[in-house]
Design a protein around this ligand. Structure first.
Ligand SMILES: O=C(O)C(=O)Cc1ccccc1
Length: 372
């Protein structure tokens, strides 16, 4: 029987996330006391999978989870999905908000309701606890008159608490992205994938640019990038990057190898099927208006010319530097040119273009730049 670890006790958002993930499938749900315990239960084989909240619409990344994924290379991300998150203000029995002196909840939940708490409960002391459902449970166990908890509706039902207010999160359509972790990497099949990785950059000018340009060069779309302190010294960062594609796709594998060679180090946190939201995100071309499609084409034409302008500047700069250093480069030998042209033709095919037309245009431009 599958065993799935999640942040307990019963009634947390992670519990709901585990149920949503399973759908009709059967599994034993194993409540864990902390997010670290969820990870440990997977590493030690107690659970086959674990559920972790990774990113929230209001608060952004769940930093302890990013740290945890980096620190535990034994686990890999196997899936992702979104869970709508509505927060409820709960108390042991009906009472007015002015009577509430303490509000308990998970730090994420307290942050997601910051505006509500400042406006409606300015007198309350906020107490972070390990999970929303633990906060609800403590109300029952301690029964304090001036205590309230922020938790999901499921916690109100499970622990028999009164609902003082509902939907108290700062954004009505709040949601959290959860990931499923396991020990086995997900093989590449016929699906839309995402890959998450962490890159430790070398501290030098253009470090981030040199990472990003590799993805741009291969036409790989990034869906998220953010930095976290490397925790070595102030000013050194790790970049967390999510990209569209599987680590086994040749163009993704090539970039990952380049980054491994050229950065301080990379960790691949997993390649996994993209959640349906991402898969459906891109509007069908037929849905876009004719006018907006035409203006996109105009924009690309402008960008093509702007890129040629940038290339021209670089060619001139190279010429100046060669003159200064007295090392004027001979034209590339035919072999080198052949390799370059072959790469351009291959790229043209990948993009659904005629390799002959692209080669012709490329050679025309090369001749022009050589004459300058
Ligand atoms: O404490 C919980 O219920 C959790 O599962 C962590 C959490 C808290 C707030 C939003 C999403 C997940």
């Amino acid at each position: 029987m599958r065993k799935i670890g999640y942040l307990g006790p019963r009634g947390t958002f992670s519990d709901q996330a585990a149920l949503q993930y399973l759908g009709e499938e059967q599994a034993e749900l194993v409540p864990c006391n902390t997010l670290e315990d969820v990870c440990r239960s997977v590493i030690e084989g107690i659970c086959s999978e674990g559920i972790l909240p990774i990113e929230n619409l209001i608060e952004g990344s769940v930093n302890p989870v990013l740290d945890l994924l980096l620190e535990t290379p034994q686990v890999t991300i196997q899936a992702e999905f979104m869970l709508p998150v509505a927060h409820y203000l709960l108390a042991p029995s009906e009472r007015s908000l002015s009577e509430i002196k303490t509000v308990l909840s998970h730090p994420q939940a307290l942050s997601q309701c910051r505006q509500y708490l400042a406006n409606h409960l300015p007198q309350a002391i906020l107490v972070p606890v390990e999970s929303t459902a633990l906060a609800a449970k403590r109300l029952v166990e301690e029964g304090g008159h001036g205590m309230a908890a922020i938790a999901p509706l499921a916690s109100a039902n499970r622990y028999g608490l009164a609902i003082l207010d509902k939907n108290i999160q700062d954004q009505p359509h709040n949601c959290t992205r959860f990931v499923v972790i396991g020990t086995e990497p997900v093989p590449m099949k016929n699906d839309t994938y995402k890959t998450s990785l962490a890159v430790s950059a070398i501290d030098c000018p253009g470090a981030l640019h040199s990472i990003l340009k590799e993805f741009a060069w291969q036409g790989i779309n990034l869906t998220r990038i953010e930095s976290r302190p490397a925790k070595t010294y102030l000013g050194e960062y790790i970049f967390y990057i999510d990209l569209e594609g599987h680590r086994c796709q040749p163009e993704v594998a090539e970039v990952l190898q380049k980054l491994a060679d050229e950065s301080r180090g990379i960790s691949i946190l997993g390649s996994y099927p993209a959640s349906r939201r991402l898969q459906g995100q891109e509007p069908e071309p037929s849905m876009a208006t004719l006018q907006s499609l035409r203006s996109d084409i105009d924009l690309i034409d402008r960008q093509l010319v702007q890129l040629l302008g940038k290339r021209l500047k670089l060619v001139k700069r190279v010429g100046e530097l060669e003159q200064q250093q007295g090392s004027v480069k001979e034209p590339s030998p035919p072999k080198e040119q052949q390799v370059q042209v072959a790469a351009i033709r291959q790229l043209a095919v990948q993009q659904g273009l005629s390799p002959d037309v692209v080669e012709k245009s490329y050679r025309l431009l090369l001749d022009y730049f050589v004459q300058i």
